[in-house]
Design a protein around this ligand. Structure first.
Ligand SMILES: [Zn+2]
Length: 234
């Protein structure tokens, strides 16, 4: 058992490094299909769907290969490994479909964990139990890898043929966020039909939107419309 100071040192620094790397990589990638505004991998994963604020929900995941493409674009899965898993999914289509369904359930679990926190409440205990079940099957694949002269970093067992591979870093990211001191920075987009979650890393903690050029602009347009309509009625 790590003392709390040591835990803070080990996980705190590692988390900060992960945030920095994640933000840097997620800004460089092709965002044609998926968006990476959440500031943390498991929140971006949740944001592949517009949640209970829109009916019908907007869904970006339709097939197992979407999980691979998302993980690749998020910088959580290498190109070669993704291609290997794509071929593996072709060989085992029924298993790939089952893992895809698990991936959607995991996404709902993560939403049920963090959406209440974003609203100032506590996560659903059933969702926490579910995340712990995921951790039990995910953590055995976590390994330390050399990343240069005398440096090491956390990674995943290389070349795994397990179709769950794209979900592992999502599970781990959710656990890290939940155990971090950043829970008060989790927010939910104020857009009426959005529901996306984000980690507010702004200096003054004033973030309201998933993206300023998305829901932020729509809100601005609505304000402008209301103002112009009111003034035309004067
Ligand atoms: Zn939004």
């Amino acid at each position: 058992m790590l003392s709390s100071d040591l835990r803070q040192k080990v996980f705190g620094e590692q988390t900060q490094l992960l945030i920095t790397n994640y933000l840097m990589s997620s800004h460089k990638i092709d965002r044609e299909r998926f968006k990476f505004n959440g500031g943390w991998p498991c929140l971006d994963y949740v944001n592949t769907r517009n949640w209970h604020s829109r009916d019908p929900a907007f869904e970006r995941f339709t097939h197992y290969t979407d999980l691979l493409r998302w993980a690749e674009q998020a910088g959580l899965l290498g190109e070669v490994e993704a291609e290997g898993l794509r071929q593996q999914a072709e060989r085992q289509p029924a298993l790939a479909a089952a893992v895809f369904e698990q991936g959607l359930t995991l996404r709902e679990t993560i939403y049920q964990l963090f959406a209440p926190i974003a609203a100032g409440g506590l996560p659903d205990p059933a969702a926490l139990a579910e995340l712990n079940r995921w951790l039990a099957v995910t953590l055995p694949h976590r390994v330390l890898q050399p990343v240069g002269q005398g440096s090491f970093a956390w990674g995943w067992v290389a070349g795994s043929e397990a179709l769950e591979r794209p979900l592992w870093p999502v599970v781990y990211a959710a656990a890290e966020l939940l155990a971090s001191d950043r829970l008060h920075k989790i927010g939910k987009c104020a857009g009426p039909s959005c529901g996306w979650l984000f980690l507010d890393l702004s200096r003054n903690g004033s973030r309201r939107w998933c993206a300023m050029n998305d829901c932020g602009n729509r809100a601005k347009a609505r304000r402008h419309y209301r103002r112009s309509r009111n003034s035309s009625l004067d």
